[in-house]
Ligand binder design. Structure first.
Ligand SMILES: O=C(O)CCC(=O)C(=O)O
Ligand SMILES: [Fe+2]
Length: 355
């Protein structure tokens, strides 16, 4: 293998899109090669795991019988304690609209580079089209391209990064943002109730100016999926994240094993981020997850990161602290920034919040 000194620096590699390399049939260059622990059974997408499915319709409707309601609430709590994620159905967002989001995302990424590059970001910026900012030296790179946008509060939207092609992109994203806000309200209330807390307690911690960011991920096919990762293992720095996916590839680490998240048509996967682990005093888990590449099909996902308002202190809910369960975390603010610093070094940041 060539010595590190003759490799192009990560800045140069990251200024080139993975999609271009894939279309040119190029082999993944060294910094993308991250898998030395290849295990064929972990790549077998046909054996997916049963991630709990929760019907949010039951938890939001006054019509549900109280028995059914209590049962669903208990399922939700248990899913978040053991997996840190669940597949939400009955969320109230129409199937045709969810198809539309995936479709506009696909149309965006399938355009010529010249069109996409109108929205490109530099290797130090977050927002726009491209790769994540350059990680610390020695860290591997992800075999994927992204379009990352701040979407809420509205005054944070920077339209120079919002595609005008496909023509309906902006309208669809605005509508999805509004729908995701409703979903987060419903989810936050249901999660609080499942822990016998005031239904507004999580919404209050996130604050009036809680943040939503959209990340459109495009995972190109790769001839050597055994060598690379679409997205390296990480836990999210958000409060929690909702994910739409059109192909398998996402895996969650649980009980010493990687589990492939199955495609449940029109379900939205809700994944706890570190900040919900802090707020629930460790009752809910923020799971480590990653994305594998595929030699046959590309993959689109749309992640919406829901994060507490800038500068707002968050910390364990008092109702989840007692003699048996002392405070595991201290109060923190702007945790997502701390998380990012560690992420770039391939590390988790949760320990920085420990009491
Ligand atoms: O593509 C996916 O399914 C997961 C994306 C993800 O984990 C992230 O963007 O943080
Ligand atoms: Fe993630």
């Amino acid at each position: 293998m060539a010595g590190a000194s003759v490799l192009p620096p990560a800045e140069v590699l990251l200024s080139k899109r993975v999609q271009e390399m894939a279309l040119n049939g190029e082999q993944p260059p060294a910094p993308y090669v991250s898998r030395y622990d290849y295990d064929a059974t972990e790549d077998d997408f046909s054996t997916v795991s049963e991630i709990p499915v929760i019907d949010l319709g039951i938890l939001s409707s006054s019509k549900a019988s109280s028995e059914e309601y209590e049962e669903e609430l208990m399922k939700l709590k248990s899913a978040l304690q053991s997996w840190g994620c669940f597949q939400a159905i009955g969320h109230g967002i129409s199937s045709s609209f969810l198809d539309k989001i995936i479709q506009v995302a696909r149309e965006f990424f399938e355009q010529p580079m010249e069109e996409k590059n109108k929205y490109s970001k530099t290797v130090v910026e977050f927002e726009g089209y491209g790769a994540d900012p350059v990680p610390e030296e020695g860290q591997s790179l992800d075999w994927s391209d992204r379009l990352f946008l701040d979407v809420d509060p509205k005054d944070l939207q920077k339209f120079q990064f919002w595609p005008e092609s496909p023509a309906c992109f902006r309208e669809v994203l605005k509508e999805y943002t509004e729908k995701t806000k409703m979903l987060t309200e419903l989810t936050s209330k249901a999660m609080a109730k499942s822990l016998n807390l005031d239904e507004n307690c999580f919404l209050n911690q996130f604050g009036e100016r809680s943040i939503l960011q959209a990340r459109f991920n495009y995972y190109s096919k790769c001839q050597r999926p055994d060598l690379i990762l679409g997205l390296k293992p990480h836990a999210d720095g958000s409060g929690y994240t909702s994910i739409l996916q059109d192909e398998v590839g996402l895996q969650v680490f649980n009980e010493d094993k990687w589990h492939t998240v199955p495609i449940v048509p029109h379900a939205i996967l809700i994944v706890m981020g570190d900040q919900m682990e802090i707020i629930t005093n460790g009752v809910f888990k923020s799971p480590v997850h990653r994305v594998l590449s595929n030699s046959e099909r590309d993959r689109i996902s749309v992640a919406m990161f829901y994060t507490p308002e800038k500068g707002k202190e968050i910390g364990p809910e008092e109702g989840l602290v007692d003699g048996e369960r002392p405070k595991l975390f201290k109060k923190v603010k702007d945790y997502a920034d701390i998380h990012w610093g560690y992420y770039q070094r391939g590390m988790r940041a949760l320990h920085t919040a420990e009491a």
